[in-house]
Design a protein around this ligand. Structure first.
Ligand code: PMP
Length: 420
């Protein structure tokens, strides 16, 4: 196997800057099976840098109390930090107002909130919901549950062999019965970046609201919900260097106000009697109970951290890694990249002739290399490509070219192992 050297123009200074970033991630000093960890599973969950860890420790040691309920120092501090985190998320996605940001437990929770809050109120029998073949299960199953309950129908936008959505087909789906569109911004399984702005505009021509699943977009590119004009946008903190257990739902204020609450309990109410409850204003109407305070503050710290590096810089660097890895993997015979869209993030899904993805993952792990194998919570997409699973390497800004080379050499060794 030939390792192609620097076929792409690389800005050395830029790469050196990104190399320094690695020192922020304590986990990258880990050894796995006696080898330095090479973490290529950031699309499943990214690693956490020291400033975010420090922020969590500081909160727990000096600022923790329940929010919105106390008049004492710690409660007021926790409340202002928690609400400050909401404003950081608001600016990160360029939402008009901070009340348009709801803290959820993650992407899945946010989609379920919209399904219950919007879907169960406004979608009825024979209405149609448009989804795409690229969706993650979390943007399929809630809508299927709604369809079962109401008698609504789901229509699915197909993809071509490169893993790109057929937007012409999508356009033809709209009719009087179309009531909702659920659209993945970036495919977690293939990396395809979808033309969501155009697809949102098409839906709006028919008066149909659109939810965008941005779980794989927010860590890699600038998100501007006003520019996209999406009605809902969702993602999780743990994929952008933040903690697990928190994510966000952006919703246009008028839509959020029109929706019914998802969960009932403390905080989401204005008044309660045994006869009747009136609800709090947004965003609190959708944040019943004690929220993930520490995690939300960590989410804010993760946003601060990413912004000090620069989202455009992250994107450009990750693209270089992707192109380098794609070029190298294409040198290997018997290895096939699944997902060759013209517009992609740093996800490289592949299958190897005669070797099960699970075996690839297991053998790479022996070399300290972490990749994901399986259906990536996108079984309909795997069915479309007539494969049960892929192996997937996902590159983050804290990876580098020598890790890419080790990964490619690892696949080559796996092939050698199986050809003995
Ligand atoms: N959508 C996409 C595109 C994802 O990649 C994921 C996580 N794999 C999810 C939704 C679900 O995110 P979470 O598990 O954090 O709710």
């Amino acid at each position: 196997m030939k390792i192609v050297d620097a076929t792409l123009e690389q800005d050395v200074t830029f790469a050196n800057e990104m190399e320094k970033v690695r020192a922020d991630f304590p986990v990258l000093k880990l050894e796995v099976n006696g080898k330095p960890l090479i973490y290529l599973d950031s699309a499943a969950s990214s690693q956490m840098p020291q400033p975010v860890i420090d922020r969590l420790v500081y909160y727990q040691t000096s600022q923790h109390a329940n929010v919105h309920r106390g008049v004492h120092y710690l409660s007021e501090t926790a409340t202002s930090e928690y609400e400050g985190a909401r404003q950081k998320v608001q600016h990160f996605v360029n939402a008009r107002e901070d009340r348009e940001i709801i803290f959820t437990s993650g992407t899945t929770d946010a989609i379920n909130l919209v399904m219950h809050g919007y879907g169960r109120k406004f979608i009825k029998a024979d209405d149609e919901i448009i989804l795409t073949t690229l969706e993650h299960h979390s943007n399929i199953v809630p809508w299927q549950m709604l369809a079962q309950e109401t008698g609504a129908k789901i229509r699915v936008v197909p993809v071509n062999d490169a893993g790109e959505l057929l937007v012409d087909e999508y356009e033809k789906f709209f009719n009087q019965r179309t009531k909702f569109v659920g659209l993945i911004h970036v495919s977690n399984a293939l990396g395809t970046i979808n033309p969501v702005k155009k697809m949102i505009a098409l839906a709006h021509m028919h008066g149909v609201p659109v939810l965008v699943d941005g779980a794989q977009a927010a860590p890699h590119m600038k998100i501007d919900v006003q520019d996209l004009d999406c009605d809902f946008y969702v993602f999780s903190a743990h994929k952008l260097c933040g903690p697990t257990g928190v994510g966000m739902l952006y919703g246009k204020a008028s839509l959020l106000e029109s929706m019914q609450p998802f969960k009932g309990g403390g905080e989401m109410i204005a008044t309660v009697t045994f006869e009747k409850t009136t609800y709090n204003t947004i965003p609190h109407k959708f944040e019943a109970g004690t929220p993930p305070i520490a995690a939300a503050i960590g989410f804010g710290a993760a946003i601060d951290y990413l912004l000090t590096i620069g989202i455009d810089e992250i994107h450009a660097y990750e693209m270089e890694l992707l192109h380098y890895a794609t070029e190298l993997i294409n040198e290997l015979s018997g290895v096939h990249v699944i997902g060759t869209a013209a517009s992609k993030t740093s996800v490289l899904s592949f299958v190897v002739d005669g070797i099960h993805p699970h075996d690839i993952g297991t053998l790479l792990n022996q070399e300290g290399i972490a990749v994901r194998t399986g259906h990536h919570c996108a079984q309909p997409l795997m069915q479309r490509f007539k494969i049960p699973a892929t192996s997937r390497a996902s590159f983050a800004f804290y990876n580098n070219r020598s890790e890419v080379e080790a990964f490619i050499a690892g696949i080559y060794s796996v092939q050698k192992f199986f050809s003995r």
